[in-house]
Design a protein around this ligand. Structure first.
Ligand SMILES: O=C(O)CCC(=O)C(=O)O
Length: 276
């Protein structure tokens, strides 16, 4: 299944800062990846858990497969070209009937990536619906500058600082509903958030965050990046290993180092720091 965005989808991304419902794998492939992920979660809770959801693709083969999936990279290539670096990944998991939510924010605010035109691919491993707290996007907001964010450190807020843009007109938010195996792509300045999961089942998504051109610079610290397609003539990102087995425990120390560096970037200037 080769996935290339249509001209209409590319125009929509440029105009709205988001394009969604792109099928990048079959439902049965998504179910199988979910099974492998959940098996790792239950067998290795000390390595992958609620506070250990960043950059698990360095350890888990199932996530490494997603990161390198041709269908995803074909679509990303349509938007940023054929040389592609992936900086980080985040598992966004909302447990059944939980209060976990994401306040409205722009990813580019704390990421330190310049220029700010990188993008996130959000891949659904379960369905993502209004009921279970799908991502909601403010179309066209990527054309704005970075808005003022306040740090709330809200208890059930999944974001590091609980960062929030206030006074968003919720009426303007578009629900990005996805089937398992579909993805959305959003620009680093697109304002987005999500509500709690009111359903009786888990909502599982993985954000490949961010895909960028190798010439992009990290201006807040040192970041790692995987060259997932094409060439890197710049060397702006330190390279990392790929898992060699289903759960590669030999990469745990590396993942922890990457996450410590990422925290320095994401919490720069914050009053306090959480465990993720
Ligand atoms: O998964 C969610 O609910 C939020 C995702 C998000 O903020 C992101 O992908 O940048």
């Amino acid at each position: 299944m080769a996935t290339t965005l249509t001209g209409e989808e590319i125009s929509r991304y440029q105009k709205d800062g988001v394009v969604a419902q792109i099928t990048v794998m079959s439902v049965s492939d998504a179910n199988e990846l979910r099974r492998r992920l959940e098996s790792a979660e239950s067998s290795f809770p000390q390595i992958i858990g609620p506070e250990l959801r960043n950059n698990a693709h360095y350890i888990l083969a199932c996530l490494d497969e997603i990161v390198h999936r041709e269908e995803i990279l074909d679509a990303v290539e349509c938007l940023i070209g054929s040389d592609i670096v992936l900086t980080n990944t985040v598992l966004f998991i909302k447990e059944p009937n939980s209060l976990h939510h994401v306040t409205y924010h722009q990813d580019a605010t704390y990421m330190g990536l310049e220029p700010q035109d990188s993008l996130t691919a959000w891949i659904a491993l379960t369905e993502s619906t209004r009921e279970n707290g799908c991502v909601r996007m403010i179309q066209g907001s990527h054309l704005l500058d970075i808005q003022e964010h306040i740090d709330t450190f809200g208890e059930d807020n999944i974001l590091t600082r609980g960062q929030q843009i206030e006074n968003i007109d919720e009426e303007r938010a578009l629900d990005i509903e996805l089937e398992p195996g579909q993805m959305s792509l959003h620009h680093a300045r697109t304002i987005h958030g999500s509500r709690p999961n009111k359903s009786g089942a888990r909502r599982i998504g993985i954000a490949l965050q961010s895909f960028t051109h190798p010439s992009t610079r990290q201006v807040h610290g040192e970041d790692y990046g995987l060259l997932v397609r094409g060439c890197d003539d710049y060397g702006n990102f330190s390279k990392g290993p790929r898992p060699k087995v289903e759960v590669d425990l030999s990469n745990v120390e590396f993942r922890d180092r990457v996450n410590a560096r990422l925290s320095e970037i994401l919490y720069a200037g914050a009053e306090k720091q959480r465990g993720y």
